[in-house]
Design a protein around this ligand. Structure first.
Ligand SMILES: [Zn+2]
Length: 318
């Protein structure tokens, strides 16, 4: 997402942080920029109560972990930059959502397998009040048990939790995996260069397309960032794909996957990848985990009209 812009905006806005609701509630608490009556919505992270949601995939136990949320104004920037705010507002209104903003969750995923405890993405991090550590505790996981951290891409809401409040690795035993292209980009960007230097000794970059752990294969989904990947997880014939930021909003990106927006670093490539990935997922009917869809972000994609729709999968809960 347009994370650097959001961080700048939130500093300027002097946002007051507050926790939303009890554990287990959906992320719907106080947001950056107020209620929409007091002025424009400010882009930025919002807090959410920790939560852990476990389910089975074949012989594996997976757990979605809530980290926080993110709000961005409906101003033709991050969503529908060519379609315009009125067209985006019509979609939002049709789903019963506020029309002046797009509200997203931020979540991560745990996969337990013999010999490995795998974490996919790390959330916003302590500087942005990410609750990943508390959600890990709810799942019964201590950070020292994590053996592998798989990164979809190097935006702050996915790599922010790699370091603890002390500036050291939050997962001291873990190998950190990301694509060769993303690792090169992460080391080159001013916003992520310092973080890259800290984690460098533990990083093992990969070329997507081949398994990096038993049953886990990175899939190239370039466009959101230069080396953005998803991860396909297979166990006993059951499949789930973590699509990272291929789509952010179930309301906007699924109904109108071809609309470009500033969330994607390369908007045309991001939209083309989104269309291709969603067509694939609707055809296979495999499970999907999407870090920015409503928590727990687990469900299936169905074709609808010229676009797609989201079917949350409570039936997978165990
Ligand atoms: Zn993101």
């Amino acid at each position: 997402m347009a994370y650097a812009r959001a961080r700048a905006a939130i500093r300027l806005a002097g946002v007051v942080w507050a926790l939303s609701g009890p554990a287990g509630a959906m992320a719907e608490g106080p947001i950056a920029g107020g209620t929409g009556m007091a002025g424009p919505v400010a882009a930025g992270p919002v807090t959410a109560a920790p939560a852990a949601w476990s389910f089975k995939l074949g012989g594996l136990q997976l757990t979605a972990l809530r980290d926080g949320g993110f709000v961005t104004p409906n101003d033709g920037g991050d969503f529908g930059s060519k379609a315009g705010p009125a067209a985006v507002a019509a979609l939002l209104a049709g789903s019963g959502a506020a029309t002046d903003r797009i509200s997203l969750d931020v979540s991560a995923l745990i996969v337990r397998m013999p010999g490995h405890l795998v974490l996919l993405d790390t959330g916003l991090g302590p500087a942005d009040h990410g609750a990943l550590r508390q959600s890990l505790a709810l799942a019964g996981v201590s950070p020292g048990e994590v053996t592998d951290v798989l990164i979809t891409h190097a935006h702050g809401d996915h790599v922010g939790g790699l370091l603890g409040e002390d500036g050291r690795s939050a997962f001291p035993r873990a190998t950190i995996r990301l694509s060769v292209r993303e690792w090169a980009w992460m080391r080159a960007q001013a916003e992520t260069r310092a973080l890259a230097a800290v984690i460098s000794p533990r990083v093992r970059a990969f070329e997507p397309g081949k398994p990096i752990l038993p049953g886990i294969t990175p899939i190239a989904l370039y466009g959101h960032t230069p080396g953005h990947v998803g991860y396909e997880i297979v166990s006993r014939g059951e499949r789930l794909e973590d699509i990272g930021d291929t789509a952010h909003s179930t309301v906007v990106n699924l109904a109108r996957p071809d609309w470009t927006g500033g969330m994607d670093l390369d908007p045309p490539a991001g939209a083309a990848t989104r269309r291709r990935a969603l067509e694939h997922l609707a055809a296979t009917r495999e499970l999907v985990f999407a870090p920015h869809f409503p928590f727990p972000g687990v469900g299936r994609i169905e074709a609808k009209g010229g676009g797609f729709t989201w079917k949350p999968a409570p039936d997978t809960r165990r």
